[in-house]
Design a protein around this ligand. Structure first.
Ligand code: ADP
Length: 221
């Protein structure tokens, strides 16, 4: 099973890299052939090259993060309120949270919550509301990110956490993602002894739950 997973991972990664590389190769080849070096044409080429290089760089960073995760430290303590507020600062978002202390890597945990929030914003229509809530459930702290977007079909609710998996390939590609965001959220959750899953939402839209172990004592501030 591990072998099959690795093979799929490599195949998908190669496929993802091939598209921007093919665009670069074609555009540069055309530019050379046409010999049209007017500023407008040159700027257009540069814009395309820059866009594709940015896409490749983002993918490399995400892949490196996924593979280097095991080496990260996880000894910090942070308050659940801080964690949630840091993600909510990015957008107009409704937040309510009960306090508790979390142990782990603050930067990675922030990134996990931010990825969920960014997806909620990215896949929802403009002007809709994203809701983040945090509550304690015994030894667990649960962060719920809910949106009013298209939602995720139940049959795919597990698969979206696989690296490179996208529900709607063309739409997600347009929005700039390689399908690594949720894989990273899952890896970060598991690295901290927690979990992440998509839940059936009460209304339309998606609902993600990030479950992290929490400490018993009062939170630091
Ligand atoms: P991407 O970089 O494509 O956003 P992710 O790993 O973050 O990759 O998400 C995987 C796929 O799950 C996305 O391509 C999208 O199809 C779907 N998805 C993730 N979050 C949401 C959401 N909040 N609403 C609807 N679809 C979502």
């Amino acid at each position: 099973q591990v072998f099959v997973m690795q093979r799929n991972f490599s195949r998908n990664a190669a496929h993802e890299f091939r598209t921007p590389l093919a665009v670069l190769k074609t555009r540069i080849g055309l530019f050379r052939k046409k010999q049209d070096f007017r500023p407008q044409a040159t700027l257009e080429l540069l814009q395309i090259v820059e866009g594709e290089v940015d896409r490749l760089s983002a993918m490399v960073s995400e892949l490196l993060e996924l593979t280097n995760l095991e080496r990260a430290s996880r000894g910090e303590r942070l308050s659940s309120g801080q964690l949630i507020r840091s993600a909510a600062d990015q957008a107009a978002i409704l937040v309510d949270a009960a306090p508790c202390t979390l142990a782990g890597n603050a930067e990675l945990l922030r990134q996990a919550v931010c990825n969920l929030v960014e997806n909620a914003v990215k896949y929802s229509p403009a002007g809709s509301v994203v809701h983040i809530a945090g509550h304690r459930d015994g030894e667990w702290f649960q962060i719920v990110v809910a949106d009013q977007g298209p939602g995720i079909p139940e049959s795919l609710r597990q698969r979206i956490f696989e690296p490179f998996f996208r529900v709607d390939d063309s739409r997600s590609r347009q929005l700039g993602g390689a399908g690594l965001g949720l894989a990273l959220v899952r890896a970060i959750a598991e690295f901290h002894g927690g979990a992440v899953y998509g839940e059936k939402s009460r209304g339309a839209g998606s609902r993600f739950v990030l479950k992290l172990p929490c400490e018993q004592d009062p939170p630091p501030d």
